[in-house]
Design a protein around this ligand. Structure first.
Ligand SMILES: [Fe+2]
Ligand SMILES: [Fe+2]
Length: 145
């Protein structure tokens, strides 16, 4: 079930001034929420995920990784085209996040039950942190021009 907390997560995403990027952030958050709904139900019941749930989580994670890569590439091209001074650093931050997402994917594919709480926490935080700090920084930079 999508909760008020989930709706707030979407509402908390900073407007970065580029409509297609805002949309991508919302769509990425949508995938995260879909995974969180599943993980939340498992944790409430204090049980292990079923095989079907692991598969759904794995599919969502694949979708998240590929969609994140598309968005990151689009964002970096935009930042480079607009001569954003921190484009390279931003790209490195993206790269580190992709590595973290791949770690998450490996944990899901390895069906690491014991990591479920930790995975959930990280999953809920990474996008909002990135959008509301590093992405917000370019939005601020361009809004002053
Ligand atoms: Fe972004
Ligand atoms: Fe970014």
């Amino acid at each position: 079930m999508i909760t008020g907390f989930h709706k707030k997560l979407i509402e908390s995403l900073t407007d970065v001034g580029v409509p297609r990027f805002n949309l991508a952030h919302e769509q990425l958050m949508g995938i995260i929420i879909d995974a969180d709904v599943i993980i939340g139900a498992i944790l409430v019941d204090e049980r292990s995920p079923t095989q079907e749930e692991w598969h759904t989580l794995s599919d969502l994670c694949d979708e998240l990784v590929s969609y994140t890569k598309l968005h990151f590439n689009d964002e970096i091209s935009y930042l480079i085209n607009k001569s954003y001074p921190n484009a390279r650093i931003h790209q490195e931050v993206h790269q580190a996040l992709i590595e973290d997402l791949n770690t998450l994917r490996a944990q899901i594919n390895g069906q690491s039950d014991e990591k479920l709480k930790e995975m959930r926490k990280w999953l809920l935080e990474w996008l909002l942190n990135h959008v509301n700090h590093e992405d917000k920084a370019y939005a601020k930079h361009f809004s002053k021009m």
